[in-house]
Design a protein around this ligand. Structure first.
Ligand SMILES: NC(=O)c1ccc[n+]([C@@H]2O[C@H](COP(=O)([O-])OP(=O)(O)OC[C@H]3O[C@@H](n4cnc5c(N)ncnc54)[C@H](OP(=O)(O)O)[C@@H]3O)[C@@H](O)[C@H]2O)c1
Length: 214
């Protein structure tokens, strides 16, 4: 079962929708159970055959096999610190891109540990952290009829967990998983999201990433 911590936001709902379409069991997490249930019902309306439920973040972390962290960077520390026990022994996929906006222009925020994913590893020492999906546009994810036509760069220090998440990434229509190496490389993937957002403003588009030459 895939759990989405903060899954009521566009990125969490978008990823959950795509995984529901691929037949995965989903639990949407929230600070408010009602919001989670509403988000789960909305996915169920689009994918009637889906197994989707909503729950508090703590319950989501407890019941899921793999957790996706889809909250704003500012919320990561308190949220993950409170879920340490529930997430112990599990794969935790950090989707966060730590960004700030100056007059609408995005820039990457400096994280002491190097990246949101590396910070998550400090916060959850008994979990295996994977950084992935940070460059996938929520707007595109939420249009299930559309192929994503994008790569997902997956970084982790644990090879087996990375492979699992790469396989998951390829369940999303039009997505190719790319091995991004160790978790230290998650910084580059997270920071790149700032550039994509600034490109989106210029082209009025939803730009994403494709690696060529491999
Ligand atoms: N949006 C995109 O296109 C996109 C693309 C790539 C990566 N990302 C990354 O994915 C993450 C989620 O993006 P998003 O646009 O879905 O974010 P969001 O809508 O701002 O937040 C997602 C959810 O996080 C929860 N949340 C908000 N503030 C919180 C707090 N202080 N403490 C605990 N939970 C809080 C909320 O859920 P509840 O109120 O229900 O608890 C909210 O629905 C971000 O880190 C972003 O950098 C986003």
């Amino acid at each position: 079962m895939l759990g989405f911590i903060g899954g009521t936001g566009p990125e969490g709902r978008g990823l959950a929708l795509r995984f529901a379409l691929a037949g995965e069991q989903i639990v949407i997490g929230s600070r408010e159970a009602d919001r989670a249930i509403q988000a789960a019902e909305a996915i169920g309306n689009v994918v009637p055959a889906a197994s989707v439920q909503g729950a508090l973040n703590s319950e989501t972390a407890r019941v899921c096999d793999i957790a996706f962290v889809v909250i704003p960077y500012a919320a990561q520390k308190p949220t993950l610190a409170a879920l340490r026990d529930e997430l112990a022994g599990k794969i935790v996929v950090v989707v966060i891109a730590p960004l700030a906006f100056d007059k609408g222009v995005a820039r990457a925020v400096t994280v002491e540990q190097g990246s949101a994913a590396l910070e998550a590893q400090d916060l959850l020492p008994q979990s295996t952290i994977v950084g992935a999906f940070q460059n996938l546009s929520a707007d595109e994810l939420l249009r299930p009829e559309k192929s994503m036509n994008s790569d997902v760069i997956v970084c982790s220090d644990d090879g087996a967990s990375k492979e699992k998440v790469m396989k998951l990434a390829e369940l999303i229509h039009g997505t190719r998983a790319v091995d991004g190496g160790g978790l230290a490389n998650s910084k580059y993937v997270e920071d790149f999201t700032a550039l994509l957002i600034n490109i989106n403003r210029i082209y009025k588009a939803h730009s994403m990433v494709k690696i060529v030459g491999i």
